[in-house]
Each structure stands twice: as structure tokens, then as C-alpha cells.
Design a protein around this ligand. Sequence first.
Ligand SMILES: [Fe+2]
Length: 466
Amino acid sequence: MRAAAPRNRPPAFPLRSPAAKTYLRGFGNEFESEALPGSLPRGQNNPQRCPRGLYAEQLSGSSFTMTRSKNLRSWLYRTMPTVDEEEFVQDDEDVFKHVATKYDHLDGNPNQVCCVAPLFLVPCLTDILQLRWKPAPLAPDGTPVTFLQGLWSIAGAGDPSAKKGVAIYMYACNTSMKDAFYNSDGDLLIVPQTGSLSIRTEFGQLDVEQNEICVIPRGIVFRVEQQDSARGYMLESFQGHFCLPDLGPIGSNGLANARDFEYPTASFEEVQGDVKIYNKFCGKLFKKISHHSPFNVVAWHGNYLPFKYNLTTFCTMNTVSYDHPDPSIFTVLSCPSETAGESAVDFVIFPPRWMVAEDTFRPPYFHRNYMSEFMGMISGKYDAKVGFSAGGASLHCCMSAHGPDRETTERAEEAEMSPVKFEDGLAFMFETSAILKPTPQAMSCPFRDTQYKVRDVASVKEGRGR
Ligand SMILES: [Fe+2]
């Protein structure tokens, strides 16, 4: 396909719009935004000539024929269309090259840093199904590491080419990306643990910090800019899109309220010179040179958009009588599967909350789960495990038995059943119906807690009730 020729007249707008820090609010709404007044066509999507000589371009997030309630698409009005004559070429190593020999917490092996194309281990019946990691190191001082360079995959399942499965990553970075990136394989949910990220997207700017999350849906171009050291987690869902869970008998309010989700407002840049664009496609990384910035969208409208959410606005539900509810009560976002009632993946948080259950073992109960559970700690302490620290992670795979450790169990059994407010930490869980498998680098990295399973078994070795 031939690239469209530049308009044969100077643009009727400045080269960069002021950074917009305001957000549009409301999950799943149809929004519209323009960085310059009069940039958005009125009454139609693609007029013969768009205002200001812009190009109209549709970005589809669902099949054209998807039911109206799930139909996702946006129209972007940009100074140049995305298509051009340059071709993507596969390049799995270049983006990681300069950190490969210096990023010693992953042993300096390029294959252990190059992790956006995860290679999952074949599952086997060993302790790998019950794993924990100490806090991952921050990006090393004096070595610039971008978000893309600092990504490493820790676990996953499925196949992006079949649009089924998930991948789970951690990141540690300390400098802004100069390039741009988009993911053809799925939606990305980013959970900062420390440090803030300024994420420039085609639709505008999202500033995300600890206690916030953001979602960058499949295909949307973005660049992560930041000045300080940052660390966090990322979930990639190859299937569907993140949506709010049904509330059922809870009613029309509660959990993550729709009004608290924030969407960017249009802003753009017209940089001189080339921009390198990376694309992850079927687990491989490709790159090309663009002769214009991909962040050249002057106006847009639609409902297929990146967004962010502040976890402290979560309206937590819990029992007010007895017993510990299933953790699904704390679900923030879900990607549904094709099986009614079963999520491909849920994003669940364990926020500060009152615990008032009477005659109840209040920590999470011992259990074996049909779903696979990956957990991370954003801040503070976890109420069911000693030694699970902020920046750490754990994986309890499908049907892997687990539960609170001995210290927690004994404390909970002796606890007075008065109301107690847990406010010392914020943990989260990526829970998926897929059987998660750890990556080779997740198994070999020096910060894997190799004593975790040993301690866990020791904690319950004294049988009781016989
Ligand atoms: Fe669990």
C-alpha cells in the first residue's frame, strides 16, 4: 500500500500542542478530544477533506460486527497517516543491546533480558508450581535503561497468534524511551510499584504512579517517559479486553466505580527527523524507522482508548458477618473468556480494609485453585505471608496447594474477633484460567526465593485433629 503524500500546504497548527494534564472520566464511554479547536469533523467520521488538512484513520479494537455493547473503535485525526513505505524488520536484540552486558541482576545474558518474546517452560510436576521472588533489583545506577529495555517476562501461557493466554512481566527502568512501541499481541495492564511513569500515547498523556494502574489496549502506540528510577509489573492478555466485572447482587455501585477511570485528552507532537517504532508481533520484536512522529494525533473520538485508574478509589466489599469471601470480591478488571463466568484473566487487589468477620479465620484460607495465581506487592506487607515484600512476586499455579504460613496461622487462630482495620499494605493478583509457566530467567534469576516452598511446607508439617 502506498503511503499517502503529505498535504501540499503548510499545517495550520503549531508543531506541538501543550501537554494536557486533564483527564476524561468514565469507564467505556464514547469520548472525543481535540488539541486544537475545530480539528474534529462534525457529523461524520471521514469527510472528503478533514479540518486542518488532517488524515482520518480508524483503529478497531473489535471485529466490525461485534455486538454494540462490546464494539470498540476510535477515529484518529492525524497530520500523517500511520501507514508509510518503511517496512518492519525483526530485531530481537538491538533494543536490549546496551544493557545486556551491564544488567547483571539477570546475569548479563541477552536472552535473559530480551523478554518481550517469552519462552515458557514446559510444565513439570516439581516445585516450580509454587514459586516466590524477592524484590527485583532496580535499574542499575549510571546505566540508562528504558521501560522497553527493562522489561523481563516472568511467566505466561498460551499463544498470541491464537489470541489465547497471558504473559506476565516485571520492569525496572530509569530513563525515557526515545522510541515508540506498540503491541499487536494483546492488551497491556501496567502496575507501577515504585516511581512514576509518564506515558505518551497516540491519544494523549497518562501520568501513572504508585497505587495507580493503566491499560494500553492492543495496537495503541506509546512511549514511556520518566526521569526517576521506576519498577513495577505488567500483565499482557492475548485475549479480549479489560472490562469491569458484573456486580450481580452487589448492585449498581461498588468495587471499581466507572466514574473513577481516567482517559487522556488529545495532544500531539510534530518532531523533525526519524523515530524508531518497535512492534511486538506473535512474540517477536520488530522495528522500523518512521519519518514522522506517531504521536501526531490532533483530535480523536471513540471508545477504544488507553486509560488509568487510581486503586485507592476502589470501593471494597467484604463480609460483615462470618467467613472469608473468595478473592473475586476484590476484582478490579477482567478479561472474559469464551466460557460464561470464567475470566481469561482477572486483576484483583487486596486493599486496606476493615475486617470484622466473627468466629472466622480471617487471613486467606488454605486452598487449591482451578485458576493460576500470580501475586505482587505494591507497598507494605501481605496479611497472609511473612517475607512477601514490596517489589516481590509469587506464583501458585493451577491446583498448587498453598495458604498462610505458620506464624500467620497461629496469630489468626488466637486473634480476638474485634473489628480490625488492615492498612499496612497493597497487594494484587493476576488470576488466570490458563496454566501459568515460569520463564527460564524467572527460574534462574538470583532473586528467586529458593527457600519459599521449603518454609511453606515446614509451616504446616504438624498435623492436627487426629
Ligand atoms: Fe491463592
